[in-house]
Design a protein around this ligand. Structure first.
Ligand SMILES: Nc1nc2c(ncn2[C@@H]2O[C@H](COP(=O)(O)OP(=O)(O)OP(=O)(O)O)[C@@H](O)[C@H]2O)c(=O)[nH]1
Length: 312
């Protein structure tokens, strides 16, 4: 044994690691919120309606010793519509491609058949390290978190099990370090400062959809889709950059839903517009002026042609 092997120099920088992680779990367990909390900016919309997430979105976390690329997936569920089937297909595709899968189970709900089904899905990712996350851990007392951790431990042989809270920022840095530690050594995959691959236009459409989801119930949340029709910047006025004009359509599936989105005297749509304008301004370099129209795309969730047109 030579000296170099027995005497750690302490000066060696840790190897740079980078890789892909996806968070899976039942709808509404907090996967998108966790993605935003780890990235540190809103790149994925969230809501209390299940199945808010419709595509795989990459969020990028930068640290001096590594990079985490988060592929956000829709919640896995038993599909009832063509859209539901497409969402499950996205998850399956992502699973075979990542370095780590993070299985999210909320602290405040018992482990159920849905979780067991997803646990079986994890076998479709033999290449990936498996991490179990107990989300929303601030919602229950510590002994209950411990009990949940023990139950999860029985599901399979995990590489890491960790309780986290996105809203209270609990264990987010330790999670980042654990994930980087599980990744292979790699050059940096994305340039400094880049936090998502989503285009500005896609982010704008999602922020409008998030606003439209507020306060709607039952089947309606699933029926809403948003398309940006037109976007241009007005000329600068002296020092002041010109406004960005954004025209978007909100699609629903039936006439009756159109009325709900618009609201009495158009009040609800006005609120959606205000809320969305504020959120869009927060990610823009200028003031925005938003024009919204509500349109009916009959039963688009079950219609392959319309799904394609709406970008699914
Ligand atoms: N109390 C608490 N609530 C949380 C936490 N993380 C997420 N939530 C809430 O849980 C709800 C669902 O969060 P999402 O992040 O949209 O869940 P998701 O798993 O991505 O949902 P889908 O897109 O439907 O798959 C939202 O109302 C969040 O505010 C947390 O750490 N603590």
């Amino acid at each position: 044994m030579n000296e170099a092997e027995t005497q750690p120099t302490g000066a060696e920088p840790a190897a740079y690691r980078a890789g892909f992680v996806t968070f899976v779990g039942r709808p509404n367990v907090g996967k998108s919120t966790l993605t935003n909390a780890l990235v540190g900016e809103k790149i994925v919309i969230t809501s209390d309606k299940p199945q808010t997430t419709r595509r795989a979105i990459r969020g990028i976390v930068h640290r001096p010793n590594g990079q985490i690329i988060i592929v956000d997936t829709p919640g896995i569920h038993r599909p009832r519509t063509l859209l539901g089937q497409r969402l499950n297909d996205i998850v399956e595709e992502v699973l075979t491609d990542v370095d780590v899968v993070g299985f999210c189970i909320p602290a405040d709900e018992p482990i159920g058949p849905g979780d067991r089904m997803i646990n079986e899905w994890l076998d479709r990712a033999p290449q990936a390290k498996k991490v179990a996350l107990v989300t929303k851990c601030e919602l229950v007392p510590k002994p209950e978190v411990a009990k949940q951790l023990m139950e999860i431990e029985m599901l399979r042989d995990w590489d890491v099990i960790i309780p986290v809270s996105s809203t209270e920022q609990i264990n987010l840095e330790p999670l980042i370090e654990e994930l980087i530690g599980l990744f292979p050594e790699s050059p940096q995959l994305y340039p400094d400062g880049m936090i998502t691959e989503e285009t500005y236009s896609q982010r704008v459409a999602e922020l409008i959809r998030e606003s439209a989801l507020h306060g709607v119930h039952d089947e309606l949340p699933h029926s809403i889709a948003v398309m940006i029709e037109d976007m241009w910047d007005e000329e600068d006025e002296g020092e002041e950059p010109g406004r960005r004009q954004i025209h978007a359509n909100i699609y629903v599936e039936r006439d009756s839903q159109k009325g709900i989105i618009i609201g009495k005297n158009g009040q609800r749509l006005k609120n959606v517009r205000q809320f969305a304008s504020r959120a869009i301004t927060a990610i823009s370099d200028r003031r925005v002026s938003l024009t919204l129209h509500v349109k009916v795309a009959k039963d688009w969730q079950r219609d392959a042609k319309q799904l394609g047109r709406l970008g699914f």
